[in-house]
Design a protein around this ligand. Sequence first.
Ligand code: ATP
Ligand code: MG
Length: 396
Amino acid sequence: MTFPDRLEVPREVLEIARVLEEAGHEAWCVGGALRDTLLGDPHSDFDLATSARPEDVQRLFRRTAAIGVEHGTVGVIDRTRVLHEVTTFRRDVATDGRHAVVEYGASLEEDLARRDFTINAIAYRPLNGEWRDLHGGQRDLESGVVRAVGDPAARFREDYLRILRAIRFAARFGFAIDPATWQAARAAADGLGRLSAERVRDEWFKGLRTARDLETLVRLWRESGAAAVWLHGLRHEGEGVVPPAERSPPPRDPVLLTALLSDDPGDLLRRLRASNAEIARAEAVARGPAEPAAADEISVRRWLATVGSAADDLVALVRLRGRAESAPWIGTAAKIRERGDPLTRSDLAVTGRDLEALGLSGKRIGETLAVLLDRVLQDPSANTRERLLAIAREDR
Ligand code: ATP
Ligand code: MG
């Protein structure tokens, strides 16, 4: 792969670069957009790196947003109200494995040297078509290698998240991880425990969403030692738990995949500080039952009533496992839901109040509603006021 003479850069980005350059600053495209474009994967987020200070950037553009001024990033809002990140060249003055203290007044070379991997450390100056590739990013893109910029052990100690990023990029592009980089990543994996759960969760979810094949992603998390630190209860390989790519094409659902890959997904997601809704979803899936006792309508209605809103997730899991063909109940469930058969107490043609009017009170009301629902699950045509009141009277 050779660098093209000119790279197609979105017009608005070019315009921002022009304003910066005309004010006497350098403006370079950097990061993921260049990498993805060179790989033939169109990308819209072209980030700019500049010699201008954040306050210069804020002064030069009419509309800006202070999205990360403390680390040098100003959002420039273009005419179409799209935000573009413009980040001042930085050098690290202190790192602790989680955060970096940065300083401005750095050169492009210094800014590229603090980036994580060679494939992420290429720069292109859109105004004159100049390329800067000081770490062999082009070569590594061509041969498909994720390689740390500089001394890999030192780079992982500066920020342990880079271990997870290396895994994510390798799984996403089907790249190999350079042996020295991989060795250093494995040696540093214990340091992953110092990261915040939120950053780890973002990486895990992004990895699940973007990996070309999930098996590689899971294998690398495991082999690096990252899974042992953060993904407790991850299922073991050889059980065929990882769906092949064709069964899990993007867009993928990271919560569902976590439920598929883990013995106790609620616990795993709680450790990763996922949202309460995500944790509840994973717990409902784990609770099951994973499928109805049989494929007849009564069994399937009972199952739908038990699992409630987890039904779609449980069906999706059967598909991901490649077992949909031997699960005739999936068709039965679809028919039942299409017909709108009553499945919950609130679908019943009578309410607790109606039962009170019959003289029932307290616990008896709940028990009677359960009896009525079970009758209706067996025979949806029983869901009329008269029939249910008659049953309730008998049951009294
Ligand atoms: P994508 O957004 O597709 O996941 P990306 O490479 O754009 O990939 P970002 O997290 O958006 O990733 O970061 C933009 C750039 O900033 C990266 O390409 C890399 O040069 C640099 N970078 C990001 N995170 C780190 C890090 N932890 N250590 C060093 N450099 C980093
Ligand atoms: Mg990005």
